[in-house]
Design a protein around this ligand. Structure first.
Ligand code: HEM
Length: 421
């Protein structure tokens, strides 16, 4: 029987893992006709794809995620024209520069190396580490509600607010704009991988892009005049003989941070809490010894990867496991499936905090390895250190297992707790 699997379909979202097993065993290079994607599911093959940018370009990350699946310049529409005019008036920038702006996640060598060298400045270990006290304060403040017996939803009350507050503060967003910043972030994520996805963009998405772009253009202008200690100033700083980003490139990068850095970390925290509730022995093990939390974080990244897929474009005809992938095809490198490959991880469907997780692909691999990995690890560790001692005295308040409506990221849409009887 032929295998049915479509990477953009909601049909497999609840529990994709049985389908992933079938794919790995019976169709490791699977063509999904509806989406036109070639789905790669075995560990060794996924690693090969993300490690060979000369054959598999990251251009698809732009086409699939940022352009609503649309390749090439936008066709004429009044909605887009009105957006471009309003963009120019409000930001005082030429919107036609947008397609020419270099974009980190969608670029290939050598451009990628140049961009990565610039943005790395904002993510040095010293810069990230300095956020630990603030992350701890936010985590404890939110977990205190659980401790005091108030209704508590791990996703709503801890996993969502923590990363978005931290990234906003890293960017120097004013306190009074935090609620706007959260709203912009939600809409942009939904426009890229969720229900608001489409091309030309949904009118509501266009309005939010305008608000965010106007705000960012102003912030960048202000930081150029008066640098401070925030991430935008670090990106603007000119180093002797160094490369720099244009204002448009910084705006694109900040948008990438909103998408790449928020829902992903939210899902890591949500997936870890959910896995612990499903595996009481592992929960007890970690609660007895909180020094195991970093191992818990790594096992969650393997067992239930927050980012399930990355996309690439085949730059030439490539033969993989005797299957011909045509030039120009969109390739879905399925990180979530690779992490459950028994050829790489023994008993992959067992959630085991003590296992050797080295080599998991939760943060990708190679040149595009997650820029925010150390921030995500820090946030997840601190959040879970605060949560786990209370989790052992709690149960799921509802049998509801609904997950986010997204083909890219995976995690619970809510996780309400009640005290254990
Ligand atoms: C658990 C949380 C996270 C997960 C699972 C995750 C996962 C990933 C993955 C799989 C990639 C590789 C994409 C590819 O190969 O095409 C990636 C790249 C990236 N991530 Fe993360 N991420 C997380 C958190 C963050 C955070 C907190 C930030 C920043 C604040 C961030 C920023 C980025 C950026 C900028 C890239 C692009 C890097 C490049 O192209 O060189 N991520 N992430």
């Amino acid at each position: 029987m032929p295998i049915e699997y479509e990477p953009f379909s909601a049909r497999w979202r609840g529990d994709p893992y049985p389908a992933y097993r079938e794919l790995r065993d019976r169709a490791p290079v699977h063509f999904a006709p509806e989406s036109g994607c070639w789905c790669i599911s075995r560990y060794e093959d996924v690693l090969h794809v993300v490690n060979h940018p000369e054959d598999f370009s990251s251009r698809a990350m732009f086409t699939v995620l940022m352009n609503g699946g649309h390749d090439g310049p936008p066709p004429f529409s009044w909605r887009m024209t009105s957006f471009l005019v309003r963009f120019a008036l409000r930001t005082r920038m030429n919107p036609l520069g947008f397609p020419k702006a270099r974009n980190l996640i969608a670029s290939d060598p050598p451009v990628h190396g140049t961009l990565r060298g610039i943005v790395n400045r904002g993510f040095t270990p010293r810069r990230i580490q300095a956020w630990e006290p603030r992350i701890r304060a936010l985590a404890h403040e939110s977990v205190a509600r659980l401790a005091s017996g108030e209704p508590f939803d791990v996703v709503r009350d801890l996993a969502i607010p923590l990363p978005v507050t931290i990234i906003a503060e890293m960017l120097g967003v004013e306190r009074e704009r935090l609620a706007d910043f959260k709203r912009w972030s939600d809409v942009i994520i939904s426009a890229m991988t969720g229900p608001l996805r489409g091309f030309p963009p949904h009118p509501h998405v266009i309005e939010v892009f305008l608000e965010l772009d106007t705000y960012l253009a102003r912030v960048i202008r202000r930081r150029r005049r008066a640098p401070s200690d925030d991430l935008v100033s670090a990106l603007l700083a000119e180093e002797p003989g160094g490369q720099k980003l244009s204002t448009m490139e910084i705006m694109q990068f900040v948008m990438l941070l909103l998408v790449a850095g928020n829902e992903t970390t939210t899902n890591l925290i949500g997936n870890a809490a959910s896995a612990l509730l499903d595996h009481p022995a592992e929960l007890e093990r970690v609660a007895q010894d909180l020094s195991l939390v970093p191992d818990l974080v790594e096992e969650t990244l393997r067992y239930d990867a927050p980012v399930q897929i990355v996309f690439r474009t085949a730059l030439r005809e490539v033969v993989l496991r005797d299957v011909v992938i045509p030039e120009g095809a969109t390739v879905a490198a399925m990180l979530g499936a690779a992490n459950r490959d028994e050829r790489r991880f023994p008993e992959p469907d067992r959630f085991d905090v003590g296992r050797d997780t080295r080599g998991h692909l939760g943060f990708g691999f190679g040149q595009h390895f997650c820029l925010g990995a150390s921030l995500a690890r820090l946030e997840a560790r601190v959040a879970l250190e605060a949560l786990v001692p209370h989790l052992r005295h709690a149960r799921r308040a509802s049998p509801d297992r609904s997950v986010l409506d997204s083909f890219l990221v995976r995690g619970p849409s809510r996780l309400e707790l009640r005290p254990a009887a």
